[in-house]
Design a protein. Sequence first.
Length: 95
Amino acid sequence: MSAIGLNGAPVGKRRPCRPSYTRDVTALIESEIPVQAACDTCNSFGPVDLEALSARRGPDFDLWNRKSRCRFTPGCGGIVRFSFLGRGWRENMRD
């Protein structure tokens, strides 16, 4: 039997701190939170066009725990991850 902490999560496991305005693309657009994509290989980064993403993938598309192939640098095989500007610094959109 595992112990349960004060926040309801098992002891030794942390519950992700996910702001409600990151639940989907629509919430990010409404809250005007800047989202950035960054490649782990070529270290390129840039803003995410949330309007275009919503049109392409749908308004309920969720960027949390998502990754994509790098399109910043031709031939780069890296993985792009997403982050948002929150609490004064960039926060990763993953658990």
